[in-house]
Every structure is written in C-alpha cells, then in structure tokens.
Design a protein around this ligand. Structure first.
Ligand SMILES: Nc1ncnc2c1ncn2[C@@H]1O[C@H](COP(=O)(O)OP(=O)(O)OP(=O)(O)O)[C@@H](O)[C@H]1O
Length: 229
C-alpha cells in the first residue's frame, strides 16, 4: 500500500478567528508531485503553514510525515521541520555567510555535530542541485536561480520525505523557472520525495502537468483542471 505522507481529514484552517479553508480532505502519497493553485488570498500559504506547523491545527485531524498535527505544540515543531523541507519564493538565505556556512547552520540547528559528516552532507546536496563547486560563494555573488538551488539544497539536508514549496519560481525568469522545475521533478522522481508546490505560474503547470489542488471559496478542490490563464 502507498505510504501516506500527508493526510488531512475534515480540517478547518483559521487565520486568527477567520475561517480560511473548511472541510479540507487530502491524501498525498510518497513520491507524488502536487500543485497548489488558487487566487491570491484564498489560503494556499495558510494550508502550507498548517502542514509545516506554523499554523496550529484546531479543527479536524491530520498527519504529515508521520507527525500528528493535532498534538503539535511549539516544542514538537522542530522535530516536524527536521522531517520535511520548506522552499520559499525569496530564498531566505543568510546573507552574511557563504553557501557552505548557510547549509552548516541548518545542520547544526537540527542536531548535527560531526564536522566531517556535515561537510560530506553539504557536498552531497550541492551536487544534487547542480552547484558542486559553488559552496564558497556568498549569496550576493549568485544569480536568483542559483540562490533558489541553494534553498532547495537546504531543504534536502535532512533527506526529507516531503518538500513544501511556496512559489519557488515566483522571482525567476521563465528559463530559470524551467530549470528549477526540472530539478524539483528530478528530486521527486529519483528520490521518491513528495512535493507540494504552491504556484501562480500556469506556464509551468502546463509544461509539467501533475495533480493539482485549488483553493477556492473557502474549499480545496482536488484534481483541479488548469488551463492557460
Ligand atoms: N498572519 C495572518 N494574520 C491574519 N490573517 C492572515 C495572515 N496571513 C494571511 N491572512 C489572511 O488569510 C487569507 C489567506 O491568506 P494566504 O496567505 O493563505 O493566501 P494565499 O492563497 O497564499 O495568497 P497569495 O497567493 O497572495 O500568497 C487572506 O485573507 C489573508 O489576508
């Protein structure tokens, strides 16, 4: 039977007292690539935040990479985060240190101690994203596409079963977006990593079709059809 990486049952998602999404029911299996689309303000980020423990699950039930979201308090969130990778539109790299040290910072923060093992892991993830010799570059010395690759490398550090990506191509030109999509699909296919990617980029979706969830009028529609808009 397929391994469920995400399961939400009858979930209601709130921002403060405002109900943003209601009766959300989703199952995402190991190795699936799933888009999350929907107009601005319809709740894509709120859904992703629920999945990575930034928004507390108040109503309904859910698990993500084996963690029960209902019982998730702030002490357990770091353990959840170690088991999934998050990629953002604006890269969120530390600007005062080079790529290796950005990655080492995350490893240390997630409990790694052995320098040799950390260096091996960093070399491994940089190779996976095609930045083998770029570890000594500072973020400001890199293009947007390269910085997004570093962000993806960072998400891969703890070999997660799931990557949540919030508009990872949002700041990139079409050609660079294309390269990032190829990288994400390669990670999904070759390492069995499930990927949920929020996007407004219909060119990307049309070129790389996959299961699509759509946030609309307070609901999440599964397997939404997407056409050029
Ligand atoms: N921290 C917050 N506090 C209160 N309300 C919020 C907060 N963050 C988002 N909201 C509200 O929740 C709703 C959903 O926002 P959300 O960011 O999830 O939408 P989105 O679909 O991701 O939008 P976008 O495509 O612009 O990123 C919006 O009405 C927004 O104003």
């Amino acid at each position: 039977m397929a391994e469920k990486i995400i399961e939400l049952n009858n979930v209601n998602i709130y921002q403060g007292d405002n109900l943003i999404l209601q009766d959300v029911n989703i199952v995402i299996n190991r190795g699936e690539f799933v888009y999350l689309v929907g107009k601005t303000g319809t709740g894509k980020s709120s859904l992703l935040k629920t999945l990575y423990g930034d928004l507390t699950l108040k109503e309904g039930s859910g698990t993500v990479v084996g963690f029960n979201l209902k019982e998730m308090d702030w002490k357990k969130v770091p353990f959840l985060r170690r088991n999934l990778g998050v990629v953002f539109q604006d890269f969120q790299l530390l600007t005062d240190r080079n790529v290796n040290d950005n990655l080492k910072f995350v490893l240390r923060a997630t409990g790694w101690k052995d320098d040799k093992l950390m260096n091996e892991k960093i070399a491994d993830v940089l190779e996976k994203v095609g930045l083998k010799s770029k570890g000594f570059k500072m973020p400001f010395e890199m293009s947007g596409g390269e910085q997004q690759r570093v962000d993806i490398a960072r998400a891969l550090l703890n070999s997660p079963k799931l990557i949540l990506a919030d508009e990872p191509t949002g700041n990139l030109d079409p050609e660079t977006s294309d390269e990032i999509m190829q990288l994400l699909f390669h990670i999904c296919r070759d390492y069995g990593t499930s990927i949920v990617m929020a996007t407004h980029d219909y060119i990307v979706i049309n070129k790389y079709p996959a299961r699509t969830l759509r946030t609309e009028r307070g609901r999440v529609e599964d397997n939404a059809t997407v056409s050029m808009q």
